[in-house]
Design a protein around this ligand. Structure first.
Ligand SMILES: [Zn+2]
Length: 97
């Protein structure tokens, strides 16, 4: 008597449970994907920042063409003078590095 009335209800409950389980695994998958995307994005941004800092540091790096002496020049002179031999040097182009 009761079983006939109970089984459709039980089926519906099982179905709802299955839907919740599927959406839960989907949520976990989405969460993992978002987490991985965030980590990847942070890594890319960090790498980009590191490269930019490196390039900025190298922008003031000069190597004398005469005595091969490496020195930093942070002035905005067009032709910085070598502190060792006094030769005027051309700056490195940033895209050449
Ligand atoms: Zn020099």
């Amino acid at each position: 008597m009761g079983g006939r009335h109970y089984s459709p209800h039980s089926f519906r409950r099982w179905k709802a449970h299955a839907v919740i389980r599927v959406s839960l695994s989907l949520l976990v998958t989405i969460y993992l994907l978002v987490f991985l995307a965030a980590v990847f994005l942070l890594w890319i941004v960090g790498e980009w920042n590191r490269r930019r800092r490196e390039r900025r540091a190298l922008r003031y790096r000069l190597r004398c063409v005469i005595c091969a002496f490496e020195f930093d020049d942070r002035t905005d002179a067009l032709l910085p003078r070598c502190p060792r031999c006094g030769t005027l040097n051309e700056r490195f182009k940033p895209d050449q590095i």
